[in-house]
Design a protein around this ligand. Sequence first.
Ligand code: ING
Length: 316
Amino acid sequence: MSKRTFGLCVVQVGGIQPEDSRAEVVQRLVSLMRSAHARGADLVVFPELTLTTFMSRYWFDDQETIDSYFETEMPSAETAPLFETAAELGVGFYLGYAELTSDGHHYNTSILVDDTGRITGKYRKIHLPGHSDNKSELAYQHLEKKYFEVGDLGFGVFESQGLKIGMALCNDRRWPEVYRALSLQGAELVLLGYNTPMDVPGWQEEPHTKMESHLLSIRAGAYQNAVWVAAAGKSNTEDGVYMIGGSAIASPSGEIVARAQSDEDEVVFASIDLDYAQSFRDSVFDFSAHRRPEHYSIIIDRIGRGEPLPVPGFNS
Ligand code: ING
């Protein structure tokens, strides 16, 4: 039987400077989409917040400046070329951006667009890292908890281009619950964009472990849920702050099958076998056969760490 192959691309974007206009950025993304199509892409994953510089590194007092980083319509005149090119080439895409809704809500959002240029799914980031207070003593901050609200759409799985596709954003990839929620809905692919600065207030780690924890997270999510994970980074130096690259595609075996070689703009391509996950789902991760939710309630009942649970004959 012929394999169900699919051309999957993660497009790494090597830094968007504060002075870069949306029009310039979209031109860059359209050019990268064309390169990805030439490599055989059916679907392109762009990073998180890929229309502007990573504004959460700055403290802004006035709402007008904050809102200038957000999109009030999608597509807009500036972003329309992405949708037009997708339809022209027959390539779908995932795009991360800052969303300001008509009723005034601010989300860190991603959309899924199919190969006709139609929006087939939306996700609003649920795990917001960083802080909301002004750490003015720091040269760079991580103010996602100030600028964005927790997403209100849950973890959705969308039919697009004949596949079941789930989405996540950046810090989400570090939380196992995300992949499990998506794979329990039949997701075959999990797409995510990220901006991972080397310096984040309150969490310093060795540079090599920054890359390791990123790759470990997507590999674990892929393996433990028998899904393909495609992660696209906004990387390199933005306004003096370095963000890691490492854009990569992880297979249901947990292996990285394609990975960026640079921290610049880069198209990373893999022709994936969509049936490859089935043997994992029929055996080691046959959820219906092996999962025991009656023992998992603590995962839902508790938010933070607490006391050990009683065990018959122990910890009574
Ligand atoms: N970026 C980072 C991430 O989770 C972060 C935030 C980095 C938190 C490093 C802690 C340590 O990759 C976003 N945007 O979530």
